[in-house]
Design a binder for this molecule. Structure first.
Ligand code: GAP
Length: 458
């Protein structure tokens, strides 16, 4: 990651250039929510499209689904979320602010203590012994630590009698598990095979979000690989590499990524690791890869009463498949891509230009069409219409050409195309490369072929 990328710079650039705005901005915002602007929505859609291309389109054994956000509450009993999807929280009795005890301890110990491994009593003891004060008001007057469930509750029905508690899904994974048999039968899929989904998830997070790193509403891209027990560890190792390769292909360099095995495994998990990215806030989880054994399908079998047995058509063996899960947040990946791409370059004239050095496939606009003068706009608009049938383009005729180039550099547009008076005669345009600032003269057809080639993602 560029050392120049601080969270403050990324947030300011995002707000100023239509990438991401604070949620409910005109009402003073709402904690841990963000809205994607015209540039940001394109970048995020590209990230999701590339993920889908890699994991669904190019994988004949993976099938996509789009399951409902609201699911039967029994799903969350089966998955264990109603009883154990919680964080240890405590309130400062002076300023009434609520905190996650594990985060307070990790910050206090500067990352030396991994509070995931501590019970509530042990955390309480640590806070007492080290006299850890409230990070907001500085007082030392805490409530006891209690577990708070992270799921948002809602209800259906109009009268109290008919109230029926529902949850906004805290992960997309369960929509894949409950459709295991539907997909297997309708696609005539043979184990091993995968189910993938991209969709919103919701968590009542109270920790400072650090921009889009941790939000209460976010998108997950999750992939469950159903396999036979015995093959599970082989696939687990394979998915670690596939997940890493996807990030490398998105243009993130190896030095900004590392594997981190989980110190403490969930009781059902056989193996679990994260890929961490060096965010401006330090090394943090970007995605997870888990060997979940046959826990999920077995639990749904138990709670739904429906058999989750798969019958191998060759050996006639019957078994509940194991699952290798690969899960990544689209928003968190967007933050990784943004901070990795951020660069400040000092030019020969001493000026600094800010550039988002995305791979072209990720960039919001592939080409910006810039007429050198306003009286060239008719021709420029004609070219814009033609190019925008191929890919997303921007159009800008306001301000000096230098300023227009800088604006495009700041949102990561890989190519800027200028239309000048020669274009009227020859039909040729000038294409400037964002990174090298080199220019070449091409016909519009050549531009289309060149840009399509540069935007390939294989
Ligand atoms: N189904 C497994 C699961 O949900 P997780 O580690 O809780 O596992 C997977 O979440 C990924 O989702 C994380 O690695 C992260 O990229 C993203 N994610 C989780 N919570 C998030 C939040 N509050 N805001 C943004 N992204 C989040």
């Amino acid at each position: 990651m560029s050392e120049k990328a601080t969270m403050e710079k990324i947030v300011n650039l995002s707000k100023g250039r239509g990438i991401i705005y604070p949620g409910s901005d005109i009402y003073g915002g709402m904690g841990n929510t963000w809205d994607y602007g015209p540039v940001g929505v394109e970048i995020k859609n590209n990230i999701k499209k590339l993920w889908w291309k890699r994991f669904v389109q190019e994988n004949p054994k993976t099938y996509g689904v789009d399951a409902a956000i609201l699911m039967n509450s029994r799903v969350w009993d089966a998955s264990g979320h109603t009883t154990s999807f919680s964080d240890p929280k405590m309130d400062c009795k002076c300023c009434k602010q609520r905190f996650r005890a594990d985060v307070i301890i990790e910050n206090h110990s500067k990352g030396q203590v991994n509070a995931d491994n501590l019970s509530n009593e042990e955390m309480q003891e640590y806070i007492q012994q080290h006299h850890v004060c409230c990070p907001k008001c500085g007082n030392f007057d805490w409530t006891a630590i209690r577990q708070f469930n992270l799921m948002f509750e809602t209800s259906r029905g109009t009268t109290d009698e008919s109230q029926n508690k529902l949850y906004l899904r805290p992960e997309t994974a369960q929509g894949e598990f409950v459709n295991f048999l539907n997909v297997q039968r309708t696609s005539r899929a043979k184990v091993p095979f995968g189910i993938a989904q991209i969709g919103k998830a919701f968590r009542n997070e109270i920790t400072p979000g650090n921009f889009i790193f941790r939000t209460i509403e976010f998108e997950q891209m999750e992939h469950q690989w159903f396999c036979k027990e015995g093959d599970d560890q082989k696939f687990y190792e394979e998915y670690k590499q596939t997940a890493l390769q996807f990030l490398l292909d998105l243009g993130i360099d190896k030095e900004s990524l590392r594997f981190k095995d989980h110190d403490k495994l969930a009781h059902y998990a056989k193996a679990a690791c994260d890929i961490q990215f060096k965010f401006p806030i330090g090394w943090q989880e970007l995605n997870g890869i888990h060997n979940r054994t046959n826990y999920d399908l077995s639990r749904h079998q138990e709670y739904s009463g429906k058999s989750m047995l798969y019958m191998d058509p060759v050996t006639n063996e019957k078994y509940v498949p194991y699952v290798i899960e690969y899960s990544i947040g689209a928003d968190r990946l967007m933050l990784a891509v943004l901070s990795h791409a951020y660069d400040e370059e000092t030019l020969e004239n001493g000026e600094t230009r800010v550039v988002l050095r995305f791979i072209p496939a990720v960039a919001a606009y592939k080409v910006a069409v810039l007429p050198l003068q306003k009286n060239l706009s008719e021709k420029a608009r004609e070219i814009y219409q033609r190019l925008s049938k191929e890919f997303m383009c921007d159009y800008d005729e306001t301000g000096s050409i230098g300023k227009r180039y800088r604006r495009q550099d700041e949102i990561g547009t890989p190519f800027s195309l200028t239309v000048d008076f020669d274009t009227l005669e020859t039909g040729k345009v000038t294409l400037r490369d964002r990174d090298t600032m080199q220019q070449q003269t091409l016909t519009v057809d050549e531009v289309i072929a060149y840009v399509n080639e540069k935007c390939k993602f294989n």
